[in-house]
Design a protein around this ligand. Sequence first.
Ligand code: AMP
Length: 401
Amino acid sequence: MDDSCTPPDQAASGTGSDAAGVSPQASQPSTASAGNSNTDPNLNGPLTLRPGHELPFVAPSSYLRPKPSSRTMPDKTSNPLDKDQMQGLRGIREFLKVRTSYDVLPLSFRLVILDNDLLIRKSLNILIQNGIVSAPLWDSRNGTFAGLLTSTDYINVIQYYCQFPHEIDQVDQFRLSSLRDIERAIGVLPLETVSVHPMRPLYEACRRMLKTRARRIPLIDTDDETGRETVVSVITQYRILKFIAVNNEQHTMLLKKPVREIGLGTYTDLATANMNSSVLDVIHLMVKYNISAVPIVDKDNRVMNLFEAVDVIPCIKGGAYDELTATVGDALSQRAEDFGGIYTCSEEDRLDSIFETIRKSRVHRLIVVDDDSRLKGIISLSDILKYVLLYGEEEDDLQEY
Ligand code: AMP
């Protein structure tokens, strides 16, 4: 068995770069005119064609005309803030439709692909050594893409260990190819293995992410001649929002409505834990709520920290599943020294400043707090992506993707 993590023809090497430096080229809605003169513009009478305008000519097709305003769009256009907000959202959507997933990739990046035959315990070390939290899987027997390994898979292994503690020796021998069996054994609905072609519009990848709740999506290309698949890269919600923030300032700066007013994020039934909760308890919360982070609060509901799904990975390094009874406080104290911290905002903050923060920093979610640092809500990247893509969209348009 080959435990190597990068099939030779799959690996791209180089140094990572965060911001995708592409200049904005968002298209504006077309307002094409007919290009011929009619004797009476209000009637379908005979056409008087000027020299050079003889038939056949290409009449403007309906798709070039601006769409009528959405039926479901709230009718608040009298307020300049609402107008700007909608204009900003439309601008970002147009941008996502004319860009491809390929455009999001940095000029140079590193891609680690794991062989499906690799032991799960070894995959953990590889992720830690490479400072990454997910990797595409490769089925080398069939030469095909085999899914995406994420922290959710390790959480599933932990759940398996909890349900079948006497099988600890077996857990140690599981290979990545067993992950689907583990899902079945613990009764988790297998995630649809979604992927997109890198040259398809970025808008499509975003819609696919929202539909499947995937926080990252692999870009898979297929060779026309051999039919062989190639994993090009993986794009994440973070990278897409960063791409918007870096390249679309003229539109993000229009998003000036407070997050409270636009209902961005979750404010009720928040899953929280405290520093003395066990790591295992927090993992159970993440599974129960299907969330990727749990705010850690004190007895007065003041935010102390945040436990993220990726924090699970170092906790089970070396197959130490019994260490999951350690407290959240202990686990978080072992975070890398370069940990970027957690990001907070208030309910009065606006998306323009959130995009500004995303432009400058590695933000994965924002904790909404009041003036006393008490927890009010949580805004995940999926909340932002959903709002940016779907707010005020017509049902019919949503069916297209
Ligand atoms: P995420 O897993 O971060 O993509 O979040 C998925 C959804 O769950 C989003 O709508 C979040 O606002 C919401 N959410 C995230 N974290 C929590 C939490 N700790 N408690 C309740 N809801 C949350």
